[in-house]
Design a protein around this ligand. Structure first.
Ligand code: NOJ
Ligand code: CA
Length: 703
């Protein structure tokens, strides 16, 4: 379905310096491309005839290359085409996705070096994607990127929702500020516990969400990041020009490429309605189609786990406190003194299996099951884990049999401690072990500095590893949920066994001091643009000192807000993260977590304002049931929604889980009220959300 037409006459004219134009299928967006007087590529973007990106330069600086791929270009060819197709994701926010864009591919030549690149632009209704392509040729074979110089020139001092530029972590709270305030607020934004390397005090991460004074929403990100380093953005505060800043390797190089090859796509989404940004499939559409032939092993999962108790400090990952150094597989743990706090023991795991089975959960995650946690900070960190040797109190065989008898799947945990080569060395045996004991999914983790030392989580080397792990997992029919890996850029279209990532500040930080109450009204506009997040919602006890007297963290969220997250934070992998005992205290609220779907036919983004509120309705795949979620920032708010997305002539039972009148994320987070009523597509609802609150609704068809 690809139509190529060479408009030779028109394009020839533009070779002589006139700008080329590319317009979105709905005509809202227009891009102009030209070469400036130095032969440097320049683009400019308009939305409804208003400039949103001022003339911005494109190019790459190469190492040991006097000319680089930055100027002295001539246009040798241009090609336009239109693409319109619909595809079906293995899982997702909707059953069908339309991929509709107009394309302009400009071939540029540097006569001096006799070498060429292509800049390919794709214009969707909601935004522009473009990338550099390096075709096979004699004079450009191997090259090293010193820096990419892609500019995004903003038209004014927009409001931005940003986190500090960092090569190793995205686990920050968002700061909302004017662009001109980034440097002055930068140190305050560095809330992070671990010391991470910042490249600049005006450096921020993508996906970057902005709002202009005229109410336009702009989002900058990238798509299909592979075999390349991750792009951060560095702001020039004088003129509001963002420029790409790639993550370096240990030597300071930013990418090793061999032609033929391409850069990832750089993306700019624009709309005057924030819900368009949430509804966009542009990032996915810029990725290649699924390459996994047999996808029968890929299934969305709702799970519980032996996890929150370690995160809160109530119990421990390690079996003993006594071993200063262990050799995995060789240490005789039967002689070690147990610390009595090791949660991953057979009896306790069985309680979780029973609970999962009783309440219809698909899986149980267990962390701290394998040897090595004692040596986390050991000098021999390169060999900490082998991913196949359990502690003496974790009986893999027995747990496997018990889970199978209860129709529950176990979820594997591979904490690599950042020792990537160690993980790669053990990967085949680790995945084979999972196959043997019937673990369909692995949560992997990359806490701490990458080993080899000096490499970064977001450098090309680690990025190659993250994808290698996903591809290898596919060979073993394993699904991957990687924590602390590079933030997603839509690769799940190509590799749908990548079912989730963390790559942002998740619920765990609610036990490390707390998240901002409006955090979850920003994440869908930023981190989730690239793919689903294993946010691990469902916390009902907000006072963490009740779990661990030494931890006085507070979960900044109401129970109704926690329920809404299952709808607003899309993921095919959803955890009910709290302890069993806390769910037993609130069985009526827990019912929503049991009922909510994890795979969807259709999604409707009803209203949204980054930092303030998001309301989403989704229809469960293969049913007529809908689930609605609203998360609210710090200002109390009333939402009016029309249920006009329901089917004509049908009646439904709506169960509404809302904040009680006096609910508040800080002072009264457990105050909720549940009401039930019959609804149709003509029903209108008026619902109040508390500060840090929200509501969740299940709408079940009456048969
Ligand atoms: C950080 C992860 O985000 C968390 O979920 C996990 O429990 C710990 N690392 C330990 O691996
Ligand atoms: Ca983490």
């Amino acid at each position: 379905m690809k139509y190529t037409f060479a408009l030779i006459g028109i394009w020839l004219l533009s070779f002589s310096g006139l700008a080329q134009e590319l317009i979105s299928p709905n005509q809202d967006l227009k891009m102009k491309f030209s070469l400036d007087e130095n032969g440097t590529p320049v683009y400019q973007l308009y939305y409804k005839n208003e400039e949103v990106i001022k003339p911005s330069k494109l190019g790459l600086e190469l190492k040991d290359d006097d000319l680089s791929l930055m100027n002295s270009f001539k246009i040798v060819d241009t090609n336009t085409s239109t693409y319109d197709n619909t595809w079906e994701p293995v899982w997702g926010e909707q059953a069908e996705i339309r991929n509709h864009y107009n394309e302009l591919a400009v071939t540029l030549n540097q006569p001096e070096k006799d070498r060429k690149i292509i800049i390919r632009f794709r214009m969707f209704n909601e935004g522009l994607g473009f990338r550099y392509e390096f075709p096979e040729q004699k004079n450009l074979v191997y090259f090293v990127i010193k820096e990419e110089h892609t500019q995004f020139a903003m038209t004014g001092d927009h409001t931005a929702f940003w986190i500090p530029g960092d090569y190793d972590s995205q686990e920050y709270d968002y700061t909302t500020s004017k662009l001109s305030e980034i440097s002055s607020k930068f140190d305050g934004a560095l809330s992070h516990n671990e010391s991470q390397e910042q490249f600049s005090k005006t450096g921020v991460q993508t996906s970057l969400m902005m709002k202009t004074e005229d109410g336009l929403f702009i989002n900058l990100h990238e798509a299909a990041l592979k075999e390349y380093s991750l792009m951060n953005l560095n702001l020039n505060e004088k003129n509001f020009v963002f420029e790409s800043w790639l993550t370096p390797d240990v030597l300071g190089n930013k990418g090793f490429l061999q032609a033929p090859n391409t850069s990832p796509w750089r993306t700019i989404m624009v709309s005057d309605d924030a819900t368009d940004i949430l509804a966009s499939n542009m990032t996915l559409n810029l990725n290649e189609p699924n390459v996994i032939e047999d996808t029968s092993f890929i299934k969305p999962m709702k799970y519980v786990g032996v996890w929150w108790e370690m995160i809160t400090g109530k119990s421990a990952w390690n079996y003993t406190d006594d071993l200063p150094s262990v050799k995995v597989g060789e240490t005789d743990f039967t002689k070690a003194k147990p610390n009595g706090r090791h949660a991953a023991n057979t009896e306790h795991v069985k309680e979780y299996i029973d609970f999962a089975s009783e309440h219809g959960f698909d899986g149980v995650l267990v962390e701290g099951w394998n040897q090595g946690w004692e040596d986390w900070y050991g000098h021999s960190k390169d060999f900490v884990f082998d991913f196949v040797t359990p502690y003496p109190d974790f009986d893999v065989e027995e747990i496997h049999d018990y889970a199978a008898s209860k129709n529950v799947k176990m979820i594997m945990h591979h904490e690599t401690s950042g020792a990537i080569r160690n993980y790669e060395r053990h990967m085949d045996s680790a995945y084979a072990f999972m196959n043997k004991y019937d673990y369909p999914a692995v949560k992997s983790g990359y806490v701490g500095n990458i080993i080899p030392r000096g490499e970064h989580h977001y450098g090309q080397w680690a990025i190659n590893h993250f994808l290698y792990a996903v591809k290898k997992a596919a060979d073993y029919k394993v699904m991957v949920n990687a924590h602390e890996a590079v933030r997603p850029t839509g690769l799940r279209r190509t590799y749908p066994n990548l079912i989730a990532n963390e790559s942002a500040r998740g619920t765990e930080f609610q036990a490390f001091g707390g998240n901002k109450p409006n955090h979850v009204t920003i994440l869908p506009f930023t981190r989730l643009i690239g793919g689903p997040m294993d946010y691990t919602p469902g916390i009902f006890e907000m006072d963490i000192s009740k779990l661990n007297p030494d931890n006085n963290s507070h979960v900044n969220s109401t129970i109704a807000n926690q329920l809404a997250l299952y709808v607003t934070m899309y993921s095919p992998l959803q955890m009910a993260a709290d302890l069993i005992e806390n769910y037993k205290r609130f069985p009526d609220a827990f019912q929503f977590i049991k009922d909510v779907a994890i795979d969807w036919e259709e999604s409707k983004y009803l209203e949204a304002e980054p930092g303030q509120y998001i309301t989403v309705a989704r229809k469960a795949k293969g049913t007529n049931n809908w689930f609605v979620g609203n998360v609210n920032g710090t200002t109390p708010r009333t939402t009016k929604i029309k249920l006009d997305f329901l089917e004509k002539g049908k009646k439904y039972t709506a169960t509404i889980y809302a904040d009680a009148e006096d609910a508040h994320y800080k002072t009264n987070p457990q105050a909720y009220k549940i009401t039930t009523k019959t609804v149709t597509r003509r029903t209108k609802l008026k619902l109040d959300s508390a500060p840090g609150g929200g509501f969740a609704i299940s709408i079940i068809e009456k048969k």
